[in-house]
Design a protein around this ligand. Structure first.
Ligand code: NDP
Length: 419
């Protein structure tokens, strides 16, 4: 029995909340708090008829630590699940620290304003020292390690699918299949079709920032950075078929590189259709992906935020999207002196997700692990003082929960490798 405060009520949050309501034995009380409280109330009205979970709602600006602290003190949750945006990670962590409450999220911190000189100075130094230039990295949240330890609270970072489940797959492969892992290729394939010429499957601003950035991977403990979309492979995915995929920078590479230093190479690939890439290139070329404010007839406009307002809301793609996702990790390594390879993956059907919770599979594959991560923390299965990624705990209860809560996984012991 626990009480969870959930911050955010967008595409991912709506799935996480629906799943908490299916899991009333663990989450007997939840509060949905977000910037637009009408969305929280509408979701409460939709869910409360069919759940034993007691749902309350509140309005909160999660950029404001004082407001968050007041809300946490009045609701007294066992943990806070942050499914707002990565911009709010640090303010919500600060509030959890002040109130002595566990913290869970699905994506690592990045700043909303990338021109902020204080942030930029640290960012420029990190780019030089580490060798990758994505706006996000773990250093900001890992810096809370001692503070969380001293406060006796747990911070579980990045419990979506990737990062999140993919890192649990790594811990599971290491525990059950390998004495030594040599390479990891994380593959994220979305074979879904929503029928729009161009739309993103989760928050457009966060998504377009991620995919338009230079790619990078880790080899022998060092980052190798490449121009965006410059490494392309083809792969035949079960449930989807042949797809083009491109090497991207992705946050779990950083945590896995730190926590599994034996692994010689860690890469991340995501599938994109030609139409998506052509639209993205065009938007980038005309400056629409810029995160820097411009002056338009006396009004400050951030081009990527304006673009977000024009694009379909990812939460609205559910009823239109057909097809499947296939996301997982290919491993090579050694077991009992013999070379071994393995693919652990999940296949998820957009239309089935919509039938179950009214969302497409990208929100579903993120929202289910968000609920599972929160469950691991509040039930004490994964709860220790400090700040952790999902590869740092016993993977077995989480893997079991994936099977139970809608994301069953498979193991292929003879996968085709990516060259
Ligand atoms: P959405 O844009 O659909 O939803 C974001 C929600 O956060 C909205 O309800 C929004 O409110 C709310 N919000 C934004 N700013 C604030 C604020 N200052 N105070 C309170 N609430 C706020 O995003 P998604 O659901 O697509 O994504 C949610 C998170 O999931 C993101 O961090 C994303 O990076 C992560 N993610 C992780 C994945 C993984 O596999 N690990 C995959 C996909 C996403 P409002 O309605 O007012 O705008």
């Amino acid at each position: 029995m626990s009480r969870l405060l959930i911050i955010g009520c967008g595409g991912v949050a709506q799935v996480a909340i629906s799943k908490c309501c299916q899991n009333s034995e663990v989450f007997n009380e939840i509060m949905i708090a977000s910037r637009t409280v009408s969305k929280c109330e509408a979701l409460k009205a939709k869910l409360e008829k069919s759940t034993d979970t007691l749902i309350t709602t509140a309005k909160v600006d999660a950029d404001n630590v004082k407001e968050l602290v007041e809300l946490i003190r009045s609701y007294k949750p066992d943990a806070v699940l942050n499914v707002a945006l990565p911009y709010q990670d640090l303010t919500i962590m600060d509030a959890c620290l002040e109130c002595g409450v566990h913290y869970i999220d699905t994506a690592n911190y990045e700043p909303e304003d990338t021109t902020d000189p204080a942030w930029k100075e640290i960012y420029d130094k990190r780019c030089k020292e580490k060798g990758f230039s994505a706006y996000f990295d773990y250093s900001w949240q890992w810096a809370y390690e001692d503070k969380f330890k001293n406060a006796g609270i747990c911070g579980l970072l990045g419990t979506g699918f990737d990062p999140g489940v993919t890192s649990v797959f790594v811990a599971y492969a290491k525990k059950h299949y390998f004495d030594r892992i040599d390479t990891i290729d994380i593959l994220d394939c979305n074979g879904g079709d929503h029928g729009y010429p161009f739309a993103t499957n989760f928050n457009p601003e966060i998504n377009l920032r991620e995919v338009s950035a230079p790619g990078s991977y880790m080899e022998d403990g060092k980052w190798v950075e490449i121009p965006a979309m410059s490494i392309k492979r083809e792969y035949d995915f079960e449930g989807v078929g042949m797809k083009d995929m491109y090497l991207l920078h992705h946050e779990e590479i950083e945590a896995l590189g730190r926590n599994f230093p034996e692994v010689k190479r860690i890469r991340f690939f995501m599938t994109f259709g030609q139409s998506y890439l052509t639209h993205m290139k065009c938007l980038e070329n005309v400056g629409m992906l810029s995160t820097e404010a411009i002056d338009f007839e006396g009004t400050k406009i951030v081009p990527i935020q304006f673009l977000k307002a024009l694009l379909p809301d990812p939460a609205s793609l559910g009823p239109r999207t057909k097809g499947k996702t296939n996301i997982g990790c290919i491993f090579t390594g050694v077991k009992d002196g013999k070379e071994k390879k393995l693919y652990i993956y999940n296949v998820c059907d957009h239309e089935e997700c919509y039938k179950e919770v009214g969302s497409q599979a990208i929100s579903y594959t993120t929202g289910v692990p968000a609920m599972i991560g929160a469950m691991m923390v509040v039930t004490g299965k994964w709860c220790k003082p400090g700040v952790f990624t999902t590869d740092e705990f016993d993977p077995d209860p989480y893997m079991e929960a994936l099977n139970k809560w809608g994301l069953p996984w498979k193991v292929d012991e003879d996968p085709v490798l990516v060259d």
